[in-house]
Design a protein around this ligand. Structure first.
Ligand code: AHR
Length: 512
């Protein structure tokens, strides 16, 4: 097999921005089998559950240290009325989820169930409010219901529904995709609405809300600019921390071959590489949004939030196409590992990123069936292998000798991607070899601190189409990986890692 040589310098003593743990966040919508059948089976289910929440899913996700969970949408957020989802379940009204499959939604999973799920996962809740079909009062009262202590109309309602103490809710979304399913608004019209809604989303007691305005699709910079102008206006700065603290954008990865969405598992080399080109382009998109924000907010007080990202393929044959249930291959795992390297690079402005969606929908962590079966996806393993980057300090990686770029139509793809961070006397290095036909022998000059490898793992398979099923749950799973460490020049350590084609590896180091 052909081999490329690569060399990179990793400055272990140079500190970059902190990689917020919220870059490893998740998104769960009332869509297909994400909530119902995924997280929620109901108290009467034979599938082991705690208060209706599926315990195998919770256990699998706890191993990822899920930092954030965004809910209830997505597009569904702008159709959702929170009062329908509190109180005795048999009294909750049924609605039709016209957005996703025109199916009945019985509201059995509502505010209390979501907060119980976050508590089981140890995740911070990110509640996305309804601008499109809701009211300022409705959203304001939801915040009061969740976070206020003492006595008030909403506190009394919460207590009547069985919860005395307020919850902590750090993250709040003001609508979703307001340019589309959230109301088809113009950027300026939405920016005014976002200011108005945010004004009535109060910090109750010591709960400090991080209000996130619904942002652009991909590289729609005019949308980001309209929001930054609104945030900088005189009236909006009346609140000391600004009227909203974050601006989102959404970025999905398709194969980009001009023929619409393609199969999750049956793809050509050309489609594989086009997928990687599209995934890598999020680097340019984040840089462009950041540049617009820098012009209005040079101190980077407003965060950029990628509150939906991931692959979007054709639904699995035989499933409801509006349920967005797709398989997940080694290709998806490499899309994730590449995104994380890029997220780490932009950690100074990018404060949160939530993969769409955690269970059974789009680029999921776990796939479940209704008989109690559960499969961990290749993407799950990337989140697990990379979790040491959460709240770590990014350190610079200089690629001084890179494998030759892959020509993909008019685009060029850099096949090797690396990022590194340090935390608590340890370092974590992540490396992806995206090439399909060649190994990359990577030599890292680890400088600035003495380093010893404690564990190296690799995620790969014989082909990028490989995926996990109930019959073969570990077709794509991490295995131990042999790396070589020896003294390098000027007190550095040289680490050599032979990365096979289409592979992702992590090396954990103890620093002296
Ligand atoms: O994640 C699926 C959908 O994609 C979300 O509901 C919407 O926000 C986006 O268009």
């Amino acid at each position: 097999m052909a081999t490329s040589d690569a060399r990179a310098v990793v400055d272990l003593d140079v500190t970059g921005p902190t990689i917020s743990r919220h870059l490893y966040g998740h998104f769960a919508e009332h869509l297909g089998r994400c909530i119902y059948g995924g997280f929620w089976v109901g108290e009467d289910s034979p599938i082991p559950n705690e208060g209706g929440l599926r315990l195998d899913v919770v256990e699998a996700l706890r191993a990822l240290d899920v930092p954030t969970l965004r809910w209830p949408g997505g597009c569904f957020a702008d159709a959702y009325h929170w009062r329908d989802g509190v109180g005795p379940k048999h009294e909750r009204p049924v609605m039709v989820n016209t957005l996703w499959g025109d199916v009945e939604e019985n509201n059995h999973f509502g505010t209390h169930e979501f907060m119980a799920l976050c508590e089981l996962l140890g995740a911070d809740p990110y509640v996305n409010g309804n601008v499109g079909s809701g009211t300022v009062r409705e959203m304001s009262e939801w915040v009061e219901y969740l976070t206020r202590d003492g006595d008030s109309p909403m506190v009394r309602l919460r207590k009547a529904n069985g919860r005395d103490a307020p919850w902590k809710v750090p993250f709040w979304g003001i609508g979703n995709e307001a340019w589309g399913c959230g109301g088809h608004l113009r950027a300026e019209a939405y920016a005014d609405l976002a200011c108005r809604y945010a004004t009535f989303l109060h910090d109750h007691g010591d709960n400090r809300l991080y209000r996130i305005a619904a942002g652009a699709s991909d590289d729609d910079l005019t949308w980001t600019e309209a929001l930054m102008k609104a945030i900088s206006c005189l009236g909006c700065t009346a609140r000391p921390r600004g009227v909203f603290q974050g601006i989102s954008f959404h970025y999905y990865t398709f194969a980009g071959d001009g023929i619409g969405k393609s199969s999750a598992t049956d793809f050509t080399d050309e489609q594989y590489y086009r997928t990687m080109v599209k995934a890598a382009d999020i680097d340019r998109v984040i840089a462009a949004h950041s540049a617009v924000m820098d012009a209005y907010d040079p101190l980077r007080q407003v965060g950029l939030v990628c509150d939906e990202w991931g692959t979007w393929w054709q639904a699995e044959p035989g499933t409801n196409p509006r349920f967005l249930h797709q398989q997940n291959t080694l290709r998806d795992a490499l899309v994730a590992s590449l995104h994380f390297d890029i997220f780490h690079k932009h950690a100074a402005r990018l404060r949160m990123a939530n993969i769409a969606q955690t269970v059974n929908v789009l680029q999921a962590m776990v796939l479940t069936d209704d008989d109690g079966g559960l499969v961990l996806t290749p993407t799950y393993h990337v989140f697990e292998m990379n979790k040491g980057h959460q709240d770590a300090t990014s350190v610079p990686v200089h690629l001084v000798e890179a494998p030759e770029a892959v020509e993909v139509g008019d685009d060029r793809l850099a096949p090797l991607s690396i990022s590194a961070s340090t935390k608590d006397g340890r370092a974590l290095v992540s490396m992806s070899n995206l090439a399909l036909d060649r190994e990359a022998t990577v030599r890292l000059d680890l400088r600035g601190r003495a380093a010893t490898a404690t564990r190296a793992r690799i995620l790969t398979a014989d082909k990028p189409q490989s995926h996990n099923t109930l019959a073969a749950p570990d077709a794509v799973a991490p295995t131990e990986f042999d790396v070589e460490l020896r003294p390098g020049a000027l007190g550095s350590t040289e680490l050599t890692a032979p990365l096979p084609p289409h592979s992702f590896a992590t090396v954990e180091l103890v620093l002296g």
